[in-house]
Design a protein around this ligand. Structure first.
Ligand code: NAP
Length: 246
């Protein structure tokens, strides 16, 4: 595949499961070439590899490590010749009260959610700058806006991502690159398995639309923001939470 093929190319971190898998599916359905990465493969990844051998590629990479983040972007660019879309989705949540937090989970959450996003964006922006075009979407979270008891470190990284989005939108706008955040509410993925039934019931009751979100709800918002016809939207945080924080 080369730039001459003209098909749009999306890089999506953490696409092996959860929201990332929903994003990969939605971008493949929208006829994109999709490059994704995570630390390990899954059945979903093997299925895409066999159904879309030309349009889908998986790289084993830990994007909290700068070398891996650079390698993911470099190999994808060598294969596809361009990057139209970057979705920084890979993230991890570790909960606990702040007074008892150990160093290791603090580092893990900051290294992936914040530093990993910065490493991948740094590498991908160099490719986008060459073509004066591109769209970057950072997956943050409503807890970065409203906070959540026991998720202080995670919430701090998500609020930081929204700041990163706003600053980069100013830095890259004149170079034809849009940067937005999508802030999901609570989704049905492995990450929300850390919440107990009481917490999930409470969240559902407080949500005007009366349910948790699905990966497809978020994927539709991401596709909207990266659609070439929506190129006057940048520096925004689009909340997709069924009205929870309204
Ligand atoms: P998930 O089900 O735990 O999936 C996380 C994905 O990221 C997996 O593909 C995982 O694969 C990958 N990943 C983890 N560590 C990685 C690393 N160091 N390098 C590369 N990939 C890595 O999480 P999710 O619920 O889909 O969450 C996706 C995003 O949505 C996150 O940014 C999260 O903060 C955000 N979000 C989720 C919710 C929710 O309710 N679930 C709500 C708001 C926002 P490996 O483990 O194999 O690496």
């Amino acid at each position: 595949m080369t730039e001459d093929d003209g098909r749009r190319v999306a890089l999506i971190t953490g696409g092996s499961r959860g929201l990332g898998a929903g994003l990969v599916t939605a971008f493949l359905d929208a006829d994109y070439c999709v490059e994704t990465c995570s630390r390990s493969s899954t059945d979903a990844v093997r299925e895409w590899e066999s159904v879309h051998p030309d349009r889908f590629h998986f790289t084993a990479a830990d994007v909290s490590q700068p070398h891996d983040a650079d390698r993911f972007v470099k190999e994808a660019t060598a294969r596809r010749g361009r990057i139209d879309v970057l979705v920084n989705n890979a993230g991890v949540a570790r909960d606990g009260v702040i007074s008892l937090f150990r160093d290791e989970p603090i580092d893990q959450v900051i290294d992936l959610n914040l530093k990993g996003t910065i490493y991948v964006t740094r590498a991908a922006s160099r490719v986008m700058l060459r073509r004066h075009a591109g769209s970057i979407v950072n997956i943050s979270s409503v807890v970065g806006l409203s906070g959540y008891r026991g998720l202080s470190v995670y919430s701090a990284t998500k609020a930081a991502l929204d700041g990163f989005t706003r600053a980069l939108a100013r830095e890259l706008g004149s170079r034809g690159i849009t940067v937005n955040s999508v802030a999901p509410g609570y989704l049905r993925t492995e990450m929300s398995h850390g919440l107990d039934e009481d917490q999930l019931g409470q969240i559902t009751r407080r949500t005007p639309l009366g349910r948790l979100g699905d990966p497809e709800d978020v994927a539709r918002a991401v596709l909207f923001l990266v659609d070439p016809s929506n190129r006057f939207i940048t520096g925004q945080v689009l909340v997709v939470d069924g009205g929870l924080t309204s």
